[in-house]
Design a protein around this ligand. Structure first.
Ligand code: SF4
Ligand code: SF4
Length: 353
């Protein structure tokens, strides 16, 4: 299906530098073949709230929806090591768990824990607001959060302009400097699309491509009971229009986009409820709170509204295992390759026209 969105900006991305290009299939790609053939193993993916603390306190943050008094105590690094060892023994897994996503609060406040515990997992993803220096961990996937373009980001992340005091720069520029200075790391920009920033999707893709991020991904805002900002949620038809924009941009920026086209199609209004009612994140992954206990149905906790969920994870996981869609896509790419090959033998191309 061809994207139908009309793009407002001119997009003419420079070729990707060598360091940013994907080189052949990774071990992760091979694992995806296993997911396609055998389904997602239980507890292959999980999230760990490694800290309650954050140097920002954004109004929309699900983590603080129940107030500070409801936050669990944090484990020490030693306690995390013994807890993960115990979990590994009890789960009967001989190999490390597949992928841990370190979240919070801002996980870089507890880098001591991540450093000690990342060897438990084959892949590690750290989700940070990008304002603190990034440790030089080339084995980690970095997810740096951005909430729209500079104006939208500052409005939601730093409404009191604390970062601009004494002539200092805002958060957005600080994050961009951090990303530019760490191009050798695998940095993905992740942006939550809300009613407040939906108009800036094109600018965000363009700016972060030019800033040298390796990749970009998007979620949509999910309403959480207890947070007074459900109006950030996009109605289904608005969300579909935003998805059309993402699909159109994906055609141009290609593998800069982490989200497969399949996952975006699953997010459309005609498909999304079927995916979220059978959420693979809820059914197949684990989420641990800062005390190491299993938390609600997913990383966002029990108060997240599944029917209006905009988290990309359930759609991504479904896209890895939805055989009819995968086969349909393989069929399309095979016929595209065949058409391209056939065009080489067209009399016009032989004549060099
Ligand atoms: S930076 Fe992230 S973790 Fe920190 S308050 Fe904002 S949304 Fe929450
Ligand atoms: S809120 Fe979304 S990710 Fe969480 S359990 Fe519900 S559908 Fe799954």
């Amino acid at each position: 299906m061809k994207p139908r969105a009309h793009l407002e900006l001119r997009h003419d991305p420079a070729p990707r530098p060598e360091w940013a290009k994907r080189r052949g299939p990774s071990a992760y790609d091979l694992a995806k073949v296993g997911f396609f053939l055998f389904g997602l193993p239980r507890n292959a993916f999980g999230s760990i709230d490694v800290t309650n603390r954050c140097n920002l306190r954004c109004a929309h943050c699900y983590y603080y929806a129940d107030g500070d008094d409801a936050l669990p105590a944090e484990l020490s690094a030693d306690e995390w090591v013994s807890h993960l060892e115990q979990l590994k023994r009890s789960s009967g897994l001989k190999l490390p768990f597949f992928n841990a996503t370190w979240v919070g609060g801002d996980p870089l406040i507890r880098r001591d824990v991540i450093e000690r515990c990342k060897p438990f997992f084959r892949y590690n993803t750290v989700v940070t607001n990008g304002t603190m220096p990034l440790p030089n961990w080339p084995d980690v996937n970095w997810y740096v959060s951005i909430d729209g373009d500079e104006e939208a980001h500052e409005a939601i992340r730093d409404p009191e302009r604390r970062y601009r005091k004494n002539g200092g720069q805002g958060i957005y520029r600080r994050v961009m400097e951090n990303v530019r200075a760490n191009r050798h790391l695998r940095i993905t920009i992740c942006s939550v699309i809300t009613r407040a920033n939906v108009g800036s999707i094109e600018r965000v893709v363009k700016q972060w491509y030019e800033a040298g991020a390796r990749a970009i991904t998007f979620d949509f805002f999910t309403p959480i009971e207890g947070l007074p900002n459900a109006d950030l949620w996009l109605e289904p038809e608005e969300r579909d229009r935003a998805i059309d924009t993402l699909l159109a941009l994906r055609e141009i920026y290609d593998d800069f986009f982490v989200i497969p086209e399949r996952a975006l199609r699953l997010m459309r209004s005609e498909n999304c409820l079927e995916v979220t009612s059978n959420c693979l994140l809820r059914d197949r992954s684990f989420s641990l709170n800062a005390s190491g206990e299993k938390k609600g149905k997913c990383v966002m906790g029990d108060d997240a509204d599944c029917d209006r969920c905009g988290c990309v994870a359930p759609f991504y996981l479904r896209s890895l295992t939805h055989r009819p869609m995968i086969l349909e896509d393989l069929g399309h790419s095979a016929s595209r390759s065949l058409r391209a090959a056939m065009s080489l033998f067209h009399p016009d191309s032989l004549a060099g026209n």
